[in-house]
Design a protein around this ligand. Structure first.
Ligand code: PLP
Length: 382
């Protein structure tokens, strides 16, 4: 059986989540906007799922806008807030996901200027430097909660409160953090938060943007006025129901999973240290318990993951969406990692189904692949 170690790219759909979705792919097909009983049933299912997703981040259900995923949520937050304001500075983290970087860049045509918020060598934004960013009076800040490649967690409550105190709107991409960290939207101080179902054992193609009631966020999609006019289009009922079930599952399982991931992470990191010549990125920072991102000099990460795939292990050489590009990751560049090390970057991200045996087998396969790929002069006994 192949071993899947790429859960930051996507997670398998949980069997109980699928069971909850099935009626909405079969007999419960009504359009939620229809007033008859078919429509009322699917509307009620969406309402229930909205409560479940709201509970994941401790907000009122009316603050949840369902979208087609994290990418749309990030686009909606950035373009929707920008559309309600005069053009100005938009500050984004240097290690953001492309679904934040690209909409921010796209706003240049409307007169917006993008300012990058730098990170240190561990991938952290420093509150002192952040205060300088805020002093430049951006209209909007977008800073991710946890990074998809390194797993590095930002101190969002501290940073968001600095922004809030100066009247700056703060959006956070919490796609990787949700379900892995206990998130509390009201006390985190953020105004907008992006979520995605498929990172928490829910279905692909559904997500949410959580919005503070005081914030104006204009819609990207106009039409039938669904989601209280904030996101038109007939709802993806089965997907939304699955998202709700996955959110409830994540709440139930968070404690157990965190402890399990920490054990696996510690085990893998000590195996990597035993292999030698391996640098763990963001090792000095607070990181997601399920993520280990490491680099090897003189080895190409893409070649290595293909070799590992042949041995039955699926992991990533960088962010999933960027892994077709053969260049050092922008996240590692922002952390000032030398390019010969960044080229050899490998990301392992655990999920609920992984166990210690997976870690040991992966570490053994990795050691063999390194031995095979390293130039003879740099080989050592493993
Ligand atoms: N933001 C982060 C941090 C991600 O890791 C991803 C997915 O990889 C996204 C946004 C995009 O989410 P989706 O795949 O639901 O569009």
């Amino acid at each position: 059986m192949p071993v899947y170690l790429d859960h930051n790219a996507t997670t398998p759909l949980d069997a109980t989540v699928l069971d909850t979705m099935m009626p909405f792919l079969r007999e419960q097909f009504g359009n939620p906007s229809s007033p008859h009983r078919f429509g009322r049933r699917t509307r009620a299912a969406i309402d229930a799922a909205r409560e479940q997703v709201a509970a994941l981040v401790k907000v009122h259900a009316s603050q949840v806008i369902f979208t087609s995923g994290g990418t749309e949520s990030n686009n909606l937050a950035i373009k929707g807030v920008a559309a309600a304001d005069e053009p100005g500075i938009l500050a984004i983290g240097a290690t953001e996901h492309p679904s934040v970087i690209e909409p921010a860049r796209a706003l240049a045509v409307h007169g917006w200027r993008v300012k990058e918020i730098t990170v240190d060598r561990e991938g952290r934004v420093h509150p002192e430097l952040f205060r300088e960013t805020i002093a430049a009076r951006p209209r909007l800040v977008s800073l991710m909660y946890a990074n998809n490649e390194t797993g590095v967690i930002q101190d969002v409550p501290t940073l968001a409160s600095a922004a809030r105190s100066q009247g700056v709107v703060f959006h956070t991409d919490a796609v990787q953090a949700a379900g892995k960290l206990a998130l509390d939207f009201p006390s985190s101080g953020v105004h907008l938060m992006s979520l995605s179902a498929h990172k928490i054992n829910g279905p692909q193609g559904v997500g949410a943007l959580v919005v503070d009631k005081a914030i104006e966020c204009r819609p990207l999609l106009h039409g039938g006025g669904q989601e209280r006019d904030r996101r038109s289009g007939t709802e993806n009922v089965a997907g939304i129901v699955g998202f709700g079930a996955a959110a409830s599952l994540a709440i139930d399982q968070m404690g157990v999973r965190t402890a399990h991931f920490m054990e696996l992470r510690t085990r893998l990191e000590s195996a990597l240290r035993a292999i030698g010549g391996v640098a763990i990125f963001g090792a000095g920072a607070n990181r997601l318990p399920n993520t280990v991102y490491f680099g090897l000099r003189d080895i190409d990460g893409e070649t290595l993951i293909l070799g590992l795939d042949r041995k039955g292990f699926a992991c990533a050489s960088g962010s999933a969406c960027g892994s077709v590009r053969h260049e050092p990751s922008h996240v590692l560049r922002a952390m000032q990692v030398e390019s010969d090390l960044a080229i050899g970057a490998i990301r392992v991200s655990f999920g609920a189904g992984n166990n210690e045996r997976d870690v040991d087998d992966f570490a053994a396969a990795l050691a063999m692949e390194i031995q095979r790929l390293r130039p003879p002069s740099r080989r050592r006994a493993v």
